[in-house]
Design a protein around this ligand. Structure first.
Ligand SMILES: C[S@@+](CC[C@H](N)C(=O)[O-])C[C@H]1O[C@@H](n2cnc3c(N)ncnc32)[C@H](O)[C@@H]1O
Length: 439
């Protein structure tokens, strides 16, 4: 199958320069291609280069598209080089509701930058808090330097009968590097320099330097046409991993920016961390996922896996308890503390384990809000208790940028269901007061 590389650009001059650069690159690739058979595979075809004038539909579906985004919106905040699997993927990207918008910023624009990038012992560079940070405070909002597919589709490679798995891996890395090189050539000199300065933990597995940096520094950003994409960032990619991360991240599609907020209060000088793997997975699984990064994590959970695996397993089992809460709220025979005790204990456990960034934490907060709502109706709690959990849960929804109307609708629906059940309970209690049982 022929590999076609299409380019879409609005700036004609940039377009011309790019074409020139890329043609040079193609020449270089052709030279390298002559060695592909000795690498255990045959390229289906040489790169075919295609320039697609602005505004015209891209003729070939399924071919790679290189595009610089977001066009015409806050270029000073950084332009993103994108490698996309198809023109349909590009259409999905730019047709996103509201796209493109300026990057969301902290409310106080005069506040000093909340972070510093510094050397962290045995971790290379890392990010630390430049001042005390509040729960929910926006730490960074940044556009990536590059967005690329998480998995390359190298289906133009024809394997020979004798190709070994290792040769296949090498060939895939070699071809991917070429794909990255075209995007890299489109970056401005400053972005190129920044990209090449990022850490590369894939120097010895056959990855070329561009692919290596992408594999080391990419955060998942979105899916287009069912394919996952990752982004490499100047500052956000300096954040080191922790199995008890203190940030929550959200990729904001309209502005094409990664937003990271504090999942709990962070003290000045404390390291700002993110998760590279599922923090609720058992120690052995986390260790395996972190191996390609060259990380041997020494966080408290990894230092005492017997204890933390048990706790994390319990937290990973947290499920939607709303039906149980409604049942409890409507049953006068069930004690007040039946669901409250275990939920408070779980929340405490999550905070002690540093898992405030997990979805389970958000879920337990919501359960507590509903339980306290029912207890207020039962006359066993105060509205101020309800507000503590409600406000924190709403803040988490805002941090994850959930649609405000959806959040309100969910809140209303569940509160009404629980309140209705609790009122029924109250009615039954009152009836019992008026007509005491005879037994
Ligand atoms: C995305 S980069 C993070 C920034 C990197 N420390 C740097 O100097 O640019 C990922 C790399 O950082 C290092 N790293 C990240 N988290 C770590 C941790 N918890 N312990 C040790 N090294 C870590 C590993 O070398 C990993 O390959």
């Amino acid at each position: 199958m022929a590999t076609k590389v299409k380019v879409q650009e609005t700036n004609e001059e940039l377009f011309r320069q790019m074409e020139e650069k890329s043609l040079k690159l193609m020449e270089e690739f052709k030279i390298q291609d002559s060695t592909s058979e000795s690498r255990g595979y045959i390229r289906g075809a040489a790169f075919k280069y295609q320039v697609v004038p602005v505004g015209q539909p891209t003729p070939d579906e399924g071919a790679l598209v290189y595009t610089t985004q977001p066009q015409g919106c806050e270029p000073e905040a950084g332009m993103v080089e994108c490698i996309l699997h198809s023109s349909a993927a590009k259409k999905e990207l730019v047709d996103y509701p509201g796209y493109p918008t300026p990057i969301p910023r902290a409310a106080d624009l005069t506040a000093p930058c909340p972070y510093r990038i510094v050397e962290i012992p045995s971790k290379g560079l890392g990010m630390v808090a430049a001042r005390d940070l509040r729960f929910g405070e926006l730490i960074i909002s940044e556009r990536p330097l590059l967005i690329s597919p998480q998995i390359s589709k190298i289906d133009f490679i024809k394997w020979t009968n004798t190709t070994t798995p290792r040769q296949k891996q090498e060939a895939a890395c070699f071809e991917s590097e070429k794909i990255y090189k075209v995007a890299f050539e489109r970056m401005d000199p400053e972005a190129k320099e920044t990209y090449m300065k990022l850490h590369n933990s894939h120097k010895h597995d056959g990855s070329g330097p561009l692919l290596g940096v992408s594999r080391t520094n990419s955060y998942g950003v979105f899916a287009l046409q069912g394919d996952e994409y990752g982004g490499v960032f100047k500052d956000a990619s300096r954040i080191n991993h922790s199995c008890s991360p203190n940030t929550i991240r959200h990729f904001d599609r309209p502005s094409l920016a990664m937003l990271m907020v504090a999942a709990r209060p962070i003290k000045e000088g404390e390291e700002i961390t993110a998760h590279y793997c599922d923090p609720l997975a058992p120690y052995a699984a986390r260790r395996k996922s972190l191996k390609p990064y060259g990380i041997r994590c020494d966080c408290p959970a990894c230092l005492d896996p017997v204890k933390s695996d048990k706790i994390r397993y319990r937290i990973s089992c947290v499920k939607d308890a709303i039906p149980a809460i409604i049942k409890w709220a409507g049953n006068p025979k069930l004690p007040d503390h039946l669901l409250l005790g275990p939920s408070l204990e779980l929340l405490e456990l999550m905070e002690a384990e540093g898992l405030e960034a997990s979805k389970a934490y958000e879920q337990v907060l919501y359960h507590l809000f509903l339980i306290y709502s029912a207890l207020v109706i039962r006359g066993k709690s105060e509205p101020s208790e309800v507000r503590i959990y409600q406000e924190k849960w709403i803040q988490l929804q805002t941090m994850r940028r959930r649609d405000r109307e959806d959040v309100c609708a969910q809140l209303m629906e569940d509160t009404i269901r629980v309140a209705f059940a609790a009122q029924q309970h109250l009615g039954e209690m009152k009836m019992e007061e008026v007509e005491p049982r005879r037994d």
